[in-house]
Design a protein around this ligand. Structure first.
Ligand code: C2E
Ligand code: MG
Ligand code: MG
Ligand code: MG
Length: 285
């Protein structure tokens, strides 16, 4: 059966698969050169209290390749994960984000996304400690975002990694909350500092009455567990009003600010040391 159906299919699909495989390898090859060619960049998206006060930024990775243009993280992060490139890339992100945040005049939070593969690398807590020391960033200013997929494998090992990270003084947030399979049991087992309500719940507030109930419940959950709750993907004033009314602690989304190069937020983070020095040189002239 496979043979008869398969032949024609092979003829039709083989070149197609071949092509996809080649494209995939080419993408991997380009990505592996991205760090050394300075094609990676971080965008920073503000996080604010419901009152509007900015408390920190999430670092979001951007890849601009001269031939491909801007490549979405939704496309290249999975490729990085499957090829192992996520380790050097993730290390670059962590170092870059910590270095950047350490240069701000205001001691704001910096959130960094961790891939499950990075998370399950036994070396991670040592790396984080190293980067904190190297950059001089106060540990409590760093927040590591992990998704529920991180927690699937090995409960004991996951707990141990989370505890090693927390022992360094860094914060840990559960990203995309509500999109995984056993969100609640994870909250019971792990000491997260923050829950990030997935943006799909916020974006469906208007159309889906269940979304409001779910968001309300997660806010209550956070209060009961002494975990901060932040809503992702806040785009409209109506959403903001709803979240504020429900007592949501923090907000992130285009309404507060888009992910942008940090220069766009220079006023919010305070003057950089470099600029102060530059200004000093100028006045002496
Ligand atoms: P995430 O960590 O959940 O990040 C939030 C995503 O939502 C970002 O997409 C952000 O640009 C987008 N977003 C923020 N506000 C709004 C809004 O109001 N409306 C809408 N529609 N979207 C909004 P982005 O930058 O494309 O990143 C996508 C995902 O890629 C991230 O989801 C994260 O899982 C992953 N990612 C990004 N940077 C890194 C990184 O440095 N390391 C790892 N491992 N993953 C990363
Ligand atoms: Mg995130
Ligand atoms: Mg998210
Ligand atoms: Mg995500």
């Amino acid at each position: 059966r496979a043979k008869t159906g398969g032949r024609g299919m092979f003829r039709a699909f083989e070149p197609e698969m071949d092509k996809r495989l080649r494209e995939r390898r080419a993408l991997e090859r380009d990505l592996s050169a991205a760090i050394s060619r300075n094609e990676l960049q971080l965008s920073y998206q503000p996080q604010a209290l419901a009152s509007g006060e900015i408390t920190g930024f999430e670092a979001l990775l951007r890849w601009h390749n001269p031939e491909r243009g801007q490549v979405s993280p939704a496309v290249f992060i999975p490729v990085a994960e499957e090829s192992g490139l996520i380790n050097p890339i993730g290390e670059w992100v962590l170092r870059q984000a910590c270095r950047e945040a350490a240069s701000w005049a205001r001691p704001l939070q910096i959130a960094v996304n961790l891939s499950p593969i990075q998370f399950h690398d036994d070396h991670l807590p040592v790396l984080v400690a190293q980067v904190l020391q190297e950059t001089g960033l106060a540990p409590e200013r760093l927040e590591l975002e992990v998704t529920e997929s991180v927690l699937f494998d090995d409960l004991a090992r996951t707990t141990s990694t989370l505890q090693r990270l927390k022992a360094l003084g860094v914060k840990v947030a559960m990203d995309d909350f509500g999109t995984g399979y056993s969100s609640l049991s994870y909250l019971q087992a792990f000491p997260f500092d923050k829950i990030k309500i997935d943006k799909s719940f916020i974006s469906q507030l208007d159309e889906n009455v269940n979304s409001a109930a779910i968001i309300r419940a997660v806010i209550g959950l956070g209060a009961g567990l002494s975990m901060d709750v932040i809503a992702e993907g806040v785009e409209t004033a109506d959403q903001l009003v709803f979240l504020r009314k429900e007592g949501c602690h923090s907000l992130q989304g285009y309404l507060i600010g888009r992910p942008q190069p940090i220069e766009a937020y220079a006023d919010q983070v305070g003057r950089f040391e470099k600029r102060v020095r530059g200004a000093r040189v100028k006045t002496h002239r």
